[in-house]
Design a protein around this ligand. Structure first.
Ligand SMILES: [Zn+2]
Length: 77
């Protein structure tokens, strides 16, 4: 089924200004292995370059993620 592409908040390395900026990552399954890639179409908040060529350094903690992507959690508010 076509899932809505939801990003996970992550720290993304920008190849243009070589800074680490906040961005969105999406999981990508290839050859049976799941890895993270930068969600296409984002721009670096510092230099406005495309982050498509960057890479995901790490995901932010689950508490920083939107409620929609927190698995098995139900938020009271
Ligand atoms: Zn940049």
């Amino acid at each position: 089924m076509p899932a809505i592409m939801e990003g996970l908040k992550a720290r993304v390395h920008c190849p243009m200004c070589t800074r680490t900026v906040d961005g969105l990552a999406v999981p990508e399954v290839r050859l049976g292995r799941s890895r993270l890639r930068v969600m296409p179409g984002q721009k670096c908040v510092r230099c406005s370059a495309s982050l498509d060529a960057g890479y995901v350094l790490e995901l932010l903690p689950e508490t920083e993620q939107p409620a929609a992507v927190a698995k098995g959690r139900h938020r009271a508010a």
